[in-house]
Design a protein around this ligand. Structure first.
Ligand SMILES: C[S@@+](CC[C@H](N)C(=O)[O-])C[C@H]1O[C@@H](n2cnc3c(N)ncnc32)[C@H](O)[C@@H]1O
Length: 214
């Protein structure tokens, strides 16, 4: 018997993921400023915040900033003195996110690096190891982002990747769109990877989560 449903998701969000003015501002202002409403859900944000703190993250990396909503949650989960670097290809998205991080008092905690993440990651290698990496950008990039993270996260560090359910279509054989097929293959690959212990957090659109053990 499976009990999880939208009402229980709301229950978790209401109880564990209350949103203050900074989070609500990022949520409402981003679409008003022209950004797509493709941010994570509050309970997913709380989950990322929890994981960041549980693994003692002092150095975290996000791939896919958008308006800064998920970044706010992650930054608030960092260990004291921790830093989040977040990568964004679109400078208009980055400008909106910058405002949201600054308004939340996180100007010194969060650094946005603008550019294609595939390029930025090459220069970021020198700043490794990272404790936590959250992947939430172009789906074709996921396999490369994951391998980069596996090479630059410490043992015991955590890698998370959003949209593991592809809006629920992951289990729909009729959906053979390229992005869904990419995520299907990606989920299978991480599930079988002996270097990690992994699973999917089923809140929102699903977050694949992997702790590096080797
Ligand atoms: C799903 S949104 C991120 C949502 C955000 N994590 C949140 O929940 O608030 C994906 C973001 O990744 C950015 N993006 C897509 N491809 C990228 C790439 N190759 N390099 C860097 N950013 C990229 C997009 O511009 C977009 O802002």
């Amino acid at each position: 018997m499976i009990y999880y449903n939208d009402r229980l998701a709301r229950y978790i969000a209401d109880l564990f993921a209350p949103q203050d003015a900074a989070l609500l501002r990022a949520l409402t202002e981003s679409p008003q400023r022209g950004l797509p409403a493709i941010n994570i859900q509050p309970e997913e944000g709380r989950f990322l915040q929890f994981i960041a703190r549980a693994c003692g993250a002092k150095k975290a990396l996000e791939i896919g900033t958008l308006g800064g909503y998920s970044g706010l949650w992650i930054a608030r989960g960092l260990a004291p003195g921790g830093k989040l670097i977040t990568l964004e290809a679109d400078s208009a998205h980055a400008a909106v996110a910058r405002d949201h991080f600054d308004a939340a008092g996180l100007a010194d905690t969060v650094e946005i690096r603008i550019g294609d993440a595939h390029d930025t990651l090459r220069t970021l290698a020198a700043e490794s190891p990272f404790d936590f990496v959250f992947i939430d950008a172009d789906k074709p990039g996921y396999p490369a982002y994951y391998e980069w993270a596996m090479s630059h996260v410490r043992i015991g560090g955590v890698i998370a990747a959003h949209n593991a359910f592809r809006y629920g279509n992951i289990v729909d054989p009729a959906d053979a769109t390229p992005d869904t097929d990419i995520i299907r293959a990606f989920n299978r690959r991480v599930a079988a990877d002996p270097r990690v212990i992994s699973t999917i957090f089923p809140g929102g659109d699903g977050t694949l989560i992997a702790v590096k053990i080797a």
